[in-house]
Design a binder for this molecule. Structure first.
Ligand SMILES: [Zn+2]
Ligand SMILES: [Zn+2]
Length: 274
């Protein structure tokens, strides 16, 4: 269509539109299990990206990716914040998180006080400057949402009980808006109990979620799908926490589940903002 214009104009239009696409597109990258990276413009966040336990069935972050993260190599560079859903070993392990924070000295970590305890129990002194970048919260399922901002990130979160009756584990559902534009929701290991979401229906409807990342047991499950459709109403959903054996068979797993799933570490989804 642009070919009717002069060549110089074509070149400048192409460069401009490429720059725009780069600056304003939003992308989610699967790291392993419930670990994802979301980037939009200059904002970049990680969810559940540091953990050491596969429990024999979940994908660990491949060495190639975790080494690049540690070294701050693109596309894993310039991360602003890490959000942790809960302390189970397939979502969080203190040692790799500490190692990362010691290398990447501007990144802040947000989690429950149980996450903070895990970090101090792993040997980080409470007076260590590292602790200034670690932010703990105590929030229970009955509590209202918490809200804070970090630079170009706006964060609202609630506690949603962990699947399978684990009442002592605080599981946070982080909702983060990047660049005042792209809003993503990570559900950790939430169970598909409608009442646990319904009590926060005002919170979920207070802002449009562009992309939700529920554990895969929501996808194709009647209760899980109803929670997504009626209460969260995201524009896009990608299931996470898929067993490692799905890697290489993503299309089959997605077809069987009847929805989108992350299955292969390193794979991406564009997040539509329209
Ligand atoms: Zn868990
Ligand atoms: Zn889990």
């Amino acid at each position: 269509m642009m070919r009717i214009f002069a060549l110089g104009l074509i070149a400048s239009i192409t460069i401009t539109s490429m720059a725009t696409a780069h600056d304003h597109s939003s992308r989610a990258t699967y790291l392993g299990n419930a670990g994802i990276m979301v980037a939009r413009g200059d904002s970049k966040i990680l969810f559940d990206a540091f953990y050491a336990n596969s429990y024999g069935q979940y994908a660990l972050v491949p060495g190639e990716i975790s080494n690049a993260m540690l070294a701050g190599e693109a596309p894993y560079d310039d991360v602003d914040a890490i959000f942790i859903s809960h302390v189970h070993g397939d979502h969080f392990t203190a040692e790799p998180a500490i190692a990362y924070l010691r290398e990447q000295k501007t990144v802040h970590l947000y989690g429950s006080n149980q996450v903070v305890d895990a970090i101090t129990n792993a040997g980080v002194d409470e007076n260590d400057p590292l602790m200034d970048r670690i932010h703990g919260f105590d929030l229970n399922p009955q509590d209202g949402s918490e809200h804070f901002s970090i630079g170009a990130l706006t964060v609202d979160f609630v506690a949603i009980p962990h699947a399978g009756n684990r009442p002592t584990i605080q599981n946070f559902a982080w909702r983060v808006t990047l660049d005042e534009h792209t809003t993503v929701l990570h559900l950790g290991d939430a169970g598909t109990v409608r009442a646990d979401f319904e009590r926060h229906s005002d919170h979920f409807s207070s802002k449009k979620t562009d992309a939700a990342f529920p554990p895969y047991w929501f996808i194709g499950n009647n209760d899980g799908e109803a929670i997504l459709a009626d209460i969260i109403a995201p524009k896009q959903t990608v299931g996470i926490h898929v067993p490692a054996r799905a890697a290489g068979n993503g299309d089959e797993w997605r077809a069987k589940a009847g929805g989108d799933l992350f299955t292969d570490p390193g794979e991406n989804r564009e997040i539509s903002e329209d």
